[in-house]
Write a protein that binds this ligand. Structure first.
Ligand code: DX5
Ligand code: ZN
Length: 218
């Protein structure tokens, strides 16, 4: 089983974005990962619709947007309009999470719930049956290039057991500090999709690194 690799465009070269988009198109990558930060939910601001539209116009693979913003309901329809197909919102940012997930699905996108490192898997018990995927943060959200938190492997294994019981079609995506040293243990614990920013874009050959990550657990 090859893994799903989603290069995080946060680590791309924004002065030459089309080159990096082309690299991802021509590589074995499966999705484009788009990190949207509002400076409130996380202590950083990334990019918004003008940049996402530009990426969408060149991308030949599905767009996986990760919203690190408060009150994401305000923008769900616009993410669907610009061509996003996988949309995750943070558990910690949504008061009416079930309604938000239904809204994402009714807009024609796959719906995901992202959880911060401190949020226990048990919090997801009532929402997992409604999700297409769970995005497990393996760093504190806000920045690329941080170190992987090793306890994430056990967390993924625990989540995998819950998913098996409640919604076997739900995918586990892991985001933050993913590299060739930790991806296989996460895959063995039940994760299927992996975001990779720094490990891909700082590699001498980013496309070769994508292939290496993708085939690490065959
Ligand atoms: C962090 C973002 C990640 C980040 C991953 O808040 O959600 O998607 O870009 O980058 P790396 O792989 O460098 O940790
Ligand atoms: Zn992300």
């Amino acid at each position: 089983m090859s893994l799903i690799i989603a290069p995080s465009m946060l680590s791309a070269d924004f002065a030459n974005l089309s080159d990096d988009i082309r690299m991802v198109n021509e590589s074995q990558a499966d999705w484009f990962h788009l990190d949207v930060m509002d400076g409130l939910f996380v202590p950083n601001i990334s990019y918004g619709f003008p940049v996402i539209k530009a990426i969408a116009s060149l991308a030949e693979k599905p767009l996986d947007a990760h919203l690190m913003i408060v009150d994401p309901d305000r923008y769900i329809d616009r993410f669907a309009e610009v061509g996003v197909s996988w949309l995750s919102v943070h558990f910690e940012a949504c008061t009416h999470l079930h309604r938000t997930i239904q809204h994402i699905k009714s807009s024609g996108m796959k719906a995901g719930v992202a959880i911060n490192p401190h949020t226990p898997v048990s919090s997801l018990e009532e929402i997992v049956p409604f999700c297409d995927y769970i995005l497990v943060m393996s760093v504190n959200p806000g920045f690329g290039g941080q170190s992987f938190i090793p306890t994430t492997v056990k967390k993924v294994a625990k989540l995998s057991g819950m998913i098996e019981r409640l919604n076997p079609d739900c995918i586990i995506e892991v985001d933050g500090g993913i590299n060739e040293a930790n991806i296989a243990s996460l895959a063995a614990a039940g994760a299927k999709a992996f975001v990779a920013g720094n490990s891909v874009f700082s590699a001498d050959d980013p496309a070769a690194m994508i292939a290496k990550l993708r085939n690490q657990y065959l």
